[in-house]
Design a protein around this ligand. Structure first.
Ligand SMILES: NC(=O)c1ccc[n+]([C@@H]2O[C@H](COP(=O)([O-])OP(=O)(O)OC[C@H]3O[C@@H](n4cnc5c(N)ncnc54)[C@H](O)[C@@H]3O)[C@@H](O)[C@H]2O)c1
Ligand SMILES: [Zn+2]
Ligand SMILES: [Zn+2]
Length: 361
């Protein structure tokens, strides 16, 4: 029997979001219904509302979530009702050329639930990032659920479902930061701060945080930055070089998603160093660089999709590190709010004084 629950819907481009009644079907083969306990408000939810991601309105927003599996469909063996899980964007297929080569984090054929959730009049909803978790319950592919230690609070666990995992993974998976490395992070929002925390976890010797907002830099210090640069006041490339013996950082992580900050990252790394682009650019952006510099400086220019994470490997590990007191995930939660407050949370996001507002259900 389909169930009716409350959920936050973006009805049309730039229209305010509304709490609506959502119809959640029973899980079909390979699907699961999850009772959501907490879901963070991410910039991507705002992009959906603004029509910046697709025009498949109405959207059911929310995608950084944790909760308890309520029911599963036929053939689901990895999770069972009662399991405490963190949701991820896409279930991997296990059969594509990336999966078969043992690189499931690149899976080229990921999937979400096949059935659609709807409004009570039957209008189909597009769940944000295939999740849709600003809702009391949501329907996902079972492979989007990763079981983690239930001792952690849901508001903290859910963060791993998107921005915090993207940032930590940009440092530890994509950038492969190692003990003693020098690291610079450009852009210290939720993703950049998570990259700082990840670099710290990996044993970086120096972590240089760059932002244009001093409040963000103060916060970055509490996340593990050893040095900060306000790039409105000082040239970030010069300053990063000065702080690294004149050479540049081993790994520079770009967490803004703009050509000018990418160029800073490119020139602020040491010879043979690594640039990681985790910030997401928009379609009209172009990058111009002397090809000779790309060749002559060597090293690696990488993009980081979702922190190159493998949820089944990374979510439980990071939760365990958090529970041991080695990774402060609480620090990312600025406030907890209700389903009815999502529109207000978008406004606060704009003002720049929030790392994460988390809806608690
Ligand atoms: N690759 C992925 O899988 C993935 C996942 C989630 C988010 N993201 C992307 O990561 C980026 C950051 O996300 P967020 O949630 O941290 O956003 P955010 O808005 O919270 O943070 C952006 C930060 O960049 C700073 N900034 C802006 N312009 C700057 C400049 N010119 N120089 C230095 N700093 C500047 C801002 O002050 C802010 O602190 C976004 O592009 C987002 O879409 C990527
Ligand atoms: Zn997100
Ligand atoms: Zn695959």
């Amino acid at each position: 029997m389909a169930q009716q629950v409350r959920g936050v819907v973006a009805p049309g481009k730039d229209e305010p979001v509304r709490v609506e009644t959502i119809v959640v079907p029973d899980p079909g083969p390979g699907e699961a219904v999850v009772q959501i306990q907490a879901c963070g408000v991410c910039h991507t939810d705002l992009h959906y509302k603004q029509g910046g991601i697709s025009d498949e309105f109405p959207f059911l927003l929310g995608h950084e979530a944790a909760g308890v599996v309520e029911s599963v469909g036929d053939g689901v063996t990895d999770v069972a009702p009662g399991d405490f899980v963190v949701l991820n964007w896409r279930a991997v297929c296990g059969r594509c050329r990336a999966c078969l080569r043992g690189r499931p984090w690149y899976c080229f054929d990921t999937h979400n639930a096949e059935q659609r959730m709807t409004l009570t009049d039957g209008t189909e909803l597009s769940p944000a990032l295939g999740i849709g978790a600003f809702a009391e319950k949501t329907l996902v592919a079972a492979g989007q659920c990763t079981k983690v230690n239930p001792a952690v609070s849901a508001q903290v666990a859910g963060l791993l479902g998107c921005g915090v995992m993207a940032g930590i993974g940009a440092a530890i998976n994509t950038g492969n930061v190692g003990r003693g490395d020098t690291v610079a992070v450009i852009g210290c929002g939720g993703v950049g701060d998570a990259a700082i925390a990840g670099a710290n976890l990996a044993g970086a010797a120096k972590i240089i945080a760059v932002d244009i907002d001093d409040r963000k830099l103060d916060k970055a210090r509490t996340m593990g930055a050893t040095h900060t640069v306000n790039s409105r006041e000082a040239d970030p490339v010069e300053t990063i070089r000065e702080l690294t013996g004149g050479f540049g950082a081993d790994v520079v992580i770009e967490a803004v998603g703009r050509p000018e900050t990418y160029k800073q990252a490119f020139y602020a790394r040491d010879l043979a160093g690594t640039v990681v682009l985790v910030g997401v650019p928009t379609p009209e952006m172009k990058l111009e660089l002397p090809l000779l510099d790309v060749f002559g400086r060597g090293g690696a220019l990488k993009s980081s999709w979702y922190g190159d994470c493998l949820p089944s490997r990374d979510f439980p590990m990071l939760i365990d590190l958090h529970l041991q007191g080695r990774l402060d995930l609480e620090a990312f939660v600025t406030e907890t709010i209700e389903l009815t407050d999502v529109e207000k949370a978008f406004e606060r996001m704009h003002e720049g004084d929030v790392l994460r507002s988390v809806v608690v259900l």
